[in-house]
Structures are given as structure tokens and as C-alpha cells.
Design a protein around this ligand. Structure first.
Ligand code: ZN
Ligand code: ZN
Length: 384
């Protein structure tokens, strides 16, 4: 931490990351009150929001940083342009940082945005100072440097970023007579929100959620975070299997980037989608379940729970068995009384007794079923 703090301030980053939210907080309410935003302004805000978001997740992240699939030129150009609108650096610089994040995850020296250095560091403050040269150095990206579209973006990054963030919203706004509205929503508000939603993946996704597939690092699976990160909330799975084009591996996991890539593959714009074989995923999951169960059993509260449960289960079994025996005995006595032609009152009494014992058995059987069904949970806890 000390070494990072001694690094010089990155003035460009400080200005972008502080002035844009301040400007958004001042100008957007002012404009809303003075002029009001139109439906078209909100439409272009939504379009830019999604286009920029998926260009970072499905483009920068999964296509380029991890090479989880291949894409044809139209899709690459779209991701390249709207990725520049995100103001998160060029594809080459972003991927170099991100590959280091995976390679040295949580390492306080080498992970550019190590979550082990705290929420604010991984979310935001790591960008306010220049990183040490060994971390900042662009390396391990020669594959990307050889990609013409990626190299073009790197060369003209500043111009492209200005065009996509400022000029394009102005042109679109001018086309329907709302330059200010479109610039403020599709340009400014979209930029600030996209920044912080993306930053959550480095901060919250390493703090808040479940470690379903691995506890080798701080990455967490968090479906709630996926809602604003286009599917990147399944970060524990992602750190375990970064080469998979999916982050939310189950079909129902909310991962729009996965659906977009899959959809693009159906029209031939994406191909060679990489997936991890199911047995490997299941093995990783089972191994984490075992660890979870073992740690619960080591927890004194759960040891007591298991012991108490076993005793309750045994006791109820005995009660149930006794009730079966009593019920059978009573039934036998009633049948015998009928056979022996005892008085009608005696037969009736024995029949009532048998019926009440049958009812008692049914009650005990219900209790037993509830208890033995819940043993599945406890057995999982104990054996898993
Ligand atoms: Zn991460
Ligand atoms: Zn990644």
C-alpha cells in the first residue's frame, strides 16, 4: 500500500473520474428542471448504456482479454467503438491490466486492482495514481497488438473516445433537436454509471457473494451484481474458468453478455465459443460444497445441531415403531373378540381402541416423515 501511495498522481484519471460525476450531479438535475428530458433522450441513454456496457463485458473482457471466443469484423468494430466510449483505456491497455489481475489476483504488489487492498482501492483509487512500472507496463498482449481493429483503436484512442463520448451524442441530439439532453444522458450520465458499474466487478464482486467454485481467491458469485454488469456478477466462476465465454454458467443465470455472444454465434458473427466441460464444473462445485459442509460441521453450533438431530430422529423412530406395535396389537384383539363372539359392547370398545391407536400411528408417521425428510439437509451438512 505504502509503495502505491508514493506513486505520482495520474492527473488525467483524477480529472475524468472526479469531474464527470460532479458535472453529472450538477448539470443533469439542472437540465431536467429547466428543460426536461425527452423520451428520445432516454432512448439514446439506454442505447449507449447497453452498447457501452456490453462492449466492455462481451468485447474488452471476454473477447479480447480472455479470448473466450472469436468474432467477425462487424462485431469487433462495434465493441471497439463503444468500448472507447466507456473511457476505460484502450483494449490493449485494459487487457494487459486485466490479464495481470487474473495472473496475480489478490497480490498486493502485482494485481493492479487487488481487492485485498480494500473496497475503495479496487473500486476506484487504484486509478488515481500511476501504478508502479512493473504493474503498469503493457505486456502479454502481443496477440492483440497483431489484431488490426484493436491496434487501430490503440493508435487513435483519444480521438475515438472524444468522438464516441461527445461528438456522436451531439450529432444524434442535433438530429432530433435535443443536443443538451442527448449529450447529458447518452454522454455524461451513461459514462458515470458505466464507470461505476464496471468498477463494481473489481470491488464488490471480490467482496460480496458466494465462493461456489473456488476459494483460491477473493472472487465471489453475485447474481444481484450481474443485473448491472451484464452478467459479470458470476465472478467466482469467472476466476476459476476465465476461458469460458459464459460467466453465469447455468442457463438461467442472468448473463446478457453470454446470450449476446451466443446469439451472435447463430448469425456467424461469433465463433469458437469456449466452454468448460460440465464434469469439471460439477467437480469444482462439489469440492466447494464439501469444504462448506466441513466448515459448518467444525462450527460448534452445527455439531450440536447434528447430534441433537440424530437423537430426535432415533427417538421418533422408536415412538413410531411402538405405535405400530400397539396399533397391531389392538387390531388383533378386536379381530379376536369378533371371532370369540364377545358382547357387542366389548367388540365396539376394542374397535374404538384400535381406531384411536391407528390415528395415533398416523400422527407419529407424519412427524417421522417430516423429520426424516429434513435429515436430507442434515445429512448433506454432515456428509456432503
Ligand atoms: Zn476479478
Ligand atoms: Zn476476467
Amino acid at each position: 500500500m505504502q509503495k502505491i501511495l508514493k506513486q505520482p498522481i495520474d492527473l488525467k484519471s483524477v480529472l475524468v473520474l472526479t469531474l464527470t460525476p460532479i458535472a453529472a450531479v450538477i448539470f443533469i438535475p439542472y437540465y431536467a428542471i429547466s428543460y426536461g428530458f425527452s423520451a428520445a433522450d432516454w432512448f439514446w441513454f439506454s442505447f449507449f448504456m447497453i452498447a457501452t456496457g456490453v462492449s466492455i463485458t462481451a468485447g474488452y473482457h471476454r473477447l479480447w482479454a480472455h479470448r473466450a471466443y472469436k468474432a467477425k469484423a462487424p462485431l469487433k468494430i462495434f465493441f471497439m467503438l463503444f468500448g472507447a466510449a466507456a473511457l476505460q483505456n484502450s483494449i490493449i491497455k485494459w487487457s494487459s491490466d486485466h490479464r495481470k489481475h487474473h495472473r496475480f489476483v489478490d497480490d498486493k504488489e502485482m494485481d493492479p486492482y487487488a481487492a485485498t487492498k480494500g473496497f475503495w482501492y479496487s473500486h476506484f483509487t487504484w486509478m488515481l495514481r500511476h501504478l508502479p512500472k512493473k504493474v503498469a507496463q503493457v505486456e502479454n498482449v502481443s496477440d492483440l497488438e497483431n489484431d488490426k481493429i484493436v491496434a487501430f483503436q490503440h493508435k487513435y484512442y483519444v480521438l475515438l473516445a472524444i468522438f464516441m463520448c461527445v461528438i456522436l451524442p451531439i450529432l444524434i441530439g442535433a438530429s432530433y433537436g435535443s443536443i443538451g439532453g442527448c449529450l447529458l444522458l447518452a454522454g455524461l450520465l451513461r459514462l458515470v454509471l458505466n464507470h461505476h458499474f464496471t468498477f463494481f466487478i473489481n470491488s464488490l464482486a471480490h467482496i460480496w457473494g458466494k465462493q461456489k467454485f473456488s476459494d483460491e481467491n477473493t472472487a465471489r458469485d453475485n447474481p444481484i451484481l450481474s443485473l448491472v454488469t451484464y452478467g459479470e456478477g458470476y465472478h467466482n466462476y469467472h476466476h476459476k474458468y476465465a476461458g469460458d465465454y459464459r460467466n453465469g454458467v447455468k442457463w438461467y443465470d442472468f448473463d446478457p453478455s453470454k446470450w449476446l455472444i451466443y446469439g451472435a454465434s447463430k448469425i456467424g458473427w461469433a465463433y469458437d465459443l469456449k466452454t468448460i466441460p460440465k464434469p469439471a464444473i460439477e467437480a469444482a462445485r462439489a469440492s466447494m460444497q464439501l469444504k462448506e459442509a466441513q466448515s459448518r460441521i467444525k462450527d460448534k453450533r452445527y455439531i450440536k445441531l447434528v447430534v441433537d438431530f440424530e437423537k430426535r430422529l432415533e427417538d421418533q423412530y422408536k415412538v413410531l415403531f411402538d405405535s405400530i406395535k400397539e396399533w397391531a396389537k389392538a387390531k388383533q384383539a378386536w379381530l379376536q373378540a369378533k371371532k370369540d363372539k364377545l358382547s357387542a359392547t366389548q367388540i365396539l370398545q376394542l374397535k374404538e381402541h384400535y381406531k384411536s391407536l391407528k390415528q395415533k400411528f398416523k400422527t407419529e408417521r407424519k412427524l417421522w416423515r417430516t423429520l426424516s425428510n429434513s435429515s436430507v439437509k442434515v445429512a448433506k451438512l454432515k456428509v456432503a
